[in-house]
Design a protein around this ligand. Structure first.
Ligand code: NAD
Length: 356
């Protein structure tokens, strides 16, 4: 199994080093090869996604990605900025399904802005469609308003659209993810107002016939937003479109209060994927050895589960992370009085030790 390792910028190399260490401690044979991406790609060959990096990612079974970006690149023209590498990878690898778990370990319940009894033990997964919806639909733009009370004024407009195949493939990803978890799926839509999402609901209902072991329900997005902050633990897997998923996944991430703990995956139709922490390159703490590597280590666990079919090894990593938290080890971002503050490397070493 070949894994492309793309550490990127800022804290990227520090946290990816720890995740690689954990993968190497599993006793499996992985072929791993690194390449520069983002600002590091620009420095190496004048482009955030160098051709050799893209080729490596395409040839690999999975990609482990750190983070990209640094304020020093803010003056570059947009196509050369580090963040363009992520869009380029998504497009070239056909990554349309974004999996964002929001997990709150009971030991970190104090980090959430919600009451501990509402969020402690939270373990939900949001599956967001990444390449369609109103974000990419055509036509779009600013034009002269053709009718109504504002006729003749300028108006902005976008087009919400989903093709049947696009809905089917994300529904399959979500049902299959639910099969690997609590076997419950909530499809979030706005079918009461939007034709696109009545169609979405009908197609998801049809795909459900292939997954009789998964319980499916449907929820309007406004209610889903409310339930996420009222009783988030009642969800297992949520599937939704690009725009609703963008908003709901950020809200769900913040329930946990700790950005350094949240992994993510972006998958193609064959479960090949790119795995990365949900946070950015944190230039403010880069090079200080204090970044939390757990989101990246947990992203490596997701890689084992979703792309490499190594569920047992994924479980081992997740159990090791739980164990180090139970031991009271904390990086600065999740530190609380009464726990032991450790750096990036010490945290990685502790996970490796817990694996053993
Ligand atoms: P950020 O997520 O990098 O940082 C936000 C805050 O969280 C900072 O205070 C940072 O120190 C802290 N933080 C983030 N990850 C942490 C970790 N693992 N451990 C401890 N603390 C952590 O977001 P930002 O500051 O808005 O963006 C910085 C750069 O990252 C920008 O160039 C942005 O474009 C880029 N970015 C990249 C990605 C990506 O690579 N996928 C995602 C978001 C932002």
């Amino acid at each position: 199994m070949k894994i492309a390792i793309l550490p990127g910028d800022g804290i990227g190399p520090e946290i990816v080093t720890e995740a690689v260490k954990v993968l190497n401690a599993l006793g499996e044979t992985f072929e791993m090869e690194s390449a520069p991406v983002g600002g590091a790609g620009y420095e190496a060959s004048g482009h955030p996604l160098p051709e050799a990096t893209l080729k490596l990612a395409k040839d690999a079974d999975a990609v482990l990605f750190g983070a990209v970006g640094d304020w020093k690149y803010d003056t570059l023209e947009r196509p050369l900025r580090p963040e363009q590498a992520i869009l380029g990878l998504r497009k070239n690898l056909g990554l349309f399904g974004n999996l964002r778990p929001a997990i709150l370990y009971p030991e970190l319940a104090g980090a959430s802005t919600l009451k501990p009894e509402v969020v402690s033990g939270l373990d939900i997964l949001i599956v967001r469609e990444l390449t369609g919806d109103i974000y990419f639909g055509q036509p779009r733009g600013v034009r002269e308003c053709p009718d109504g009370p504002f006729k003749g004024q300028r108006e902005g407009f976008d087009t919400m659209r989903y093709a049947e195949g696009e809905i089917r493939r994300i529904a399959h990803v979500a049902f299959q993810a639910a099969q690997k978890r609590g076997k419950r799926l909530t499809s979030v839509d706005k079918a009461n107002v939007l034709e696109t999402f009545q169609f979405w609901k009908d197609i998801v209902t049809d795909v459900h016939k292939e997954y009789p072991d998964v319980a499916l329900d449907h929820m309007y997005v406004d209610n889903a937003a409310m339930q996420l902050v009222r009783a988030p633990k009642k969800f297992d897997v949520i599937v939704t479109g690009n725009m609703f998923g963008d908003i709901l996944s950020d809200a769900a991430a913040m329930l946990t209060g700790s950005i350094g703990m949240l992994p993510s995956a972006s998958l193609d139709a064959n479960n090949k994927g790119l795995y990365e922490p949900s946070h950015g390159s944190a230039p403010d703490i880069a090079g200080k050895g204090i970044a939390n590597p757990l989101a990246t280590i947990l992203s490596a666990a997701m890689m084992l589960r979703y792309s490499l079919n190594k569920t047992e090894q994924a479980d081992r990593i997740e159990a090791a992370v739980k164990q180090v938290l139970a031991q009271g080890l904390r990086t600065a971002d999740i530190y609380e009085a009464g726990t032991t503050k450790v750096g990036t490397e010490e945290m990685g070493n502790a996970v490796v030790k817990a694996l053993a």
